[in-house]
Design a protein around this ligand. Structure first.
Ligand code: SF4
Length: 272
């Protein structure tokens, strides 16, 4: 571990170097993965869902908003429209009203009703379990398809969202900026079976500690492995205050978190 400092002193963490060779990069990436597993043994998708249809709709609704806000909104939507057939036949104004808290509710209503119609007409009312079929659905790209495949079908997939892009570049796993190329390059550093958990671990870390504007480097458990250590707040006390969700003793984003989640469940939307 790249630390030094005597008893009573704050440990000095030296910035890890980017690995120069491919073998070095694989080794460094897998060490970070193992450390993140220790930090977030309970990492999971942060959208509440009970079946592939619900996860697909929730993922579409999560654009430009938080998973928390989606989780607070979907119980009423799925209670009223439990199947693609029900949603495809809905009155759009009723759907708009139900999903209004997620923002962009008119466009999102069109998207999820279009999806429900395509599922009903082309796939017998079931979400298809392959990437090839899933990306034929209106508004579904690789990112959404991988979320659903990884979490509702057990097919390994990498979710290249904004957190994932930022963190893998900070760790020098890739210099690519195109999400498809990031997916390919980062995927090649890990066994395929780890891809879905890798996505959860990286996104958890991005949401709780390695923030976009002010990463909490001084409170980051993987600091000794990170080539970008020092990009954020180094003072341990100030860094601690930047932590979010369960790392700050607060609820996570799910109203129904998995049983091993160490924080309290998120609260329902006020007035619902
Ligand atoms: S918080 Fe800082 S040390 Fe930790 S992973 Fe992010 S940039 Fe690296």
């Amino acid at each position: 571990m790249a630390t030094s400092g005597g008893a009573g002193e704050r440990p000095v963490i030296r910035k890890a170097k980017a690995a120069p060779t491919r073998t070095g990069r694989v080794r460094q990436a897998r060490r970070i993965y193992r450390e993140l597993e220790e930090v977030y043994p309970y990492a999971h998708p942060e959208l509440d869902f009970e079946n592939p249809f619900q996860l697909l709709v929730a993922t579409v609704l999560s654009a430009q908003t938080t998973d928390l806000r989606v989780n607070q909104t979907t119980p009423a939507l799925f209670a009223k429209y439990p199947t693609p057939e029900d949603l495809a036949a809905a009155n759009p104004e009723d759907v708009e009203e139900l999903i209004r808290p997620t923002g962009f509710f008119r466009a999102k209503t069109k998207s999820i009703m279009g999806l429900a119609k395509a599922l009903t007409e082309n796939f017998g009312g079931e979400v298809p379990g392959t990437l090839k079929d899933m990306v034929t659905l209106p508004g579904v790209g690789r990112k959404t398809a991988n979320v659903v495949l990884g979490n509702a079908f057990g097919v390994p997939g990498i979710t290249v969202d904004t957190h994932f892009q930022r963190l893998v570049r900070r760790w020098k796993w890739t210099e690519q900026t195109d999400p498809d190329k990031i997916e390919q390059e980062v995927g090649s550093l890990f066994p395929k079976k780890d891809w879905t958990m890798l996505s959860h671990l990286v996104i958890f870390h991005g949401r709780r500690i390695c923030h976009a504007r002010k990463p909490a480097c001084g409170a980051c458990p993987i600091a000794p492995l990170c080539p970008s250590y020092g990009e954020g707040e180094l003072d341990p006390v100030k860094a601690e205050k930047l932590l979010k969700y369960e790392k700050a003793g607060l609820p996570g984003q799910r109203l129904k978190p998995p049983s091993d989640f160490p924080g309290p469940p998120a609260p329902p939307l006020e007035g619902r």
